[in-house]
Design a protein around this ligand. Structure first.
Ligand code: COA
Length: 317
């Protein structure tokens, strides 16, 4: 796959925050337990914002950062497992919020849980080959809090809400290298949908924490080495690895397996928790706005999560 680069980023977080001390009032836990097990101190939890609103805000900021006009967008893909509707898709809602109802473009959602952004980037990259004059919006947006039982201390401490977006453009010889995989398993991590025929409310997200942990530490090195081998380059040539932000212990353990310093893995977990498909573009936007990314830098993005799904992308900033 050839010819794709990121030309702008944006993100959006709900106003309302929930820190570890707030959680100690809700469940039997402590700041010390959460911080030492996960690295998370704070997360943003939507009160009024919807998945599409956060997605559109992040997208508008990414468009502004790219210095293009809204009507130059030819493709919108939103990665989410927490959409507002079965239909219309979050991407169609974003299209409308950006005032693009009459602009010809393809808009659809992808659900690959926490790997969703990497899946969406890959799909957008291959679709853009057919329409190289247009820009693509790839967004990760989640209100994970709507799937969470705030009486379950093993899950409610982990997740937060948010959105991140990138604008992609065609660029000759800028390679986007991708690896995607999945293993069809609903027992380790699932968030069921309510079926109106059963008359029940949607059951909350359920997770086997230690199995997810094991899966993640084995999967991250696989994701990274796969794209490095495809690109015929070494870890030393990579400026940053932006992993799905699930847990700082997972990142430290994966770094140890790869024999690299943990600081090659950037993180914002402490401030936003695990925002599923939004985590990678949210962090990328922070890095971009902090001036950490230099054109020509090689970066790897790696995701893993429900499905089970996992994957990675290597590209030049
Ligand atoms: N506060 C205090 N104690 C808690 C707790 C909390 N928030 N959550 C669980 N515990 C308790 C458990 O009940 C258990 O108690 P017990 O021994 O009396 O039964 C004890 O802590 C240890 O539980 P355990 O599950 O072994 O903890 P852990 O060290 O494995 O850490 C996770 C739990 C969830 C932090 C860890 O498994 C993890 O990070 N998993 C990956 C989760 C993830 O990233 N998911 C998203 C992937 S996309």
């Amino acid at each position: 796959m050839n010819g794709i680069t990121i030309c702008g980023t944006g993100s959006a977080l709900p106003e309302n925050c929930l820190n570890n001390n707030d959680l100690t009032v809700m469940v039997d836990t402590s700041d010390e337990w959460i911080t030492s097990r996960t690295g998370i101190k704070n997360r943003h939890i939507a009160k009024n914002e919807t998945t599409a609103e956060l997605a559109a805000l992040a997208a508008q900021r990414a468009i502004e950062n790219s210095k293009i006009n809204n009507n130059e967008i030819g493709l919108i893909i939103v990665a989410t497992f927490t959409p507002d509707y079965f239909t219309p898709s979050t991407a169609c809602l974003v299209q409308s919020k950006l005032g693009l109802n009459d602009v010809p473009l393809a808009a659809f959602d992808i659900n690959a849980a926490c790997s969703g952004f990497v899946y969406a980037l890959t799909v957008a990259g291959s679709m853009m080959m057919q329409n190289p004059d247009k820009y693509a919006l790839v967004i990760g947006s989640e209100i994970v809090s709507k799937t969470i039982d705030y009486n379950d201390r093993s899950t409610c401490i982990l997740f937060g809400d948010g959105a991140g977006a990138v604008v992609l453009k065609h660029k000759d010889n800028a390679r986007l290298i991708s690896y995607l995989d999945s293993s069809g398993n609903k027992d380790i991590l699932n968030a069921p949908i309510c079926d109106r025929r059963s008359g029940t409310v949607s059951p909350p997200l359920k997770m086997n924490g230690s199995e997810v942990y094991q899966f993640a530490v084995e999967t991250i090195p696989k994701c990274i080495t796969n794209v490095l081998e495809q690109a015929k380059c070494t870890l030393e040539q990579v400026r940053f690895i932006i992993c799905h932000q699930a847990n700082s212990r997972i990142l430290a353990s994966a770094a140890q397996r790869l024999g690299i310093k943990p600081d090659l893995f950037v993180t914002n977990l402490e401030r936003v928790g695990n925002t599923s498909a939004a985590s990678i573009p949210l962090l990328l936007d922070e890095m971009n706005r902090d001036g950490l990314l230099v054109r020509g830098d090689k970066i790897i993005m790696a995701g893993f999560g429900g499905g089970l799904t996992w994957g990675s992308v290597l590209l030049e900033w």
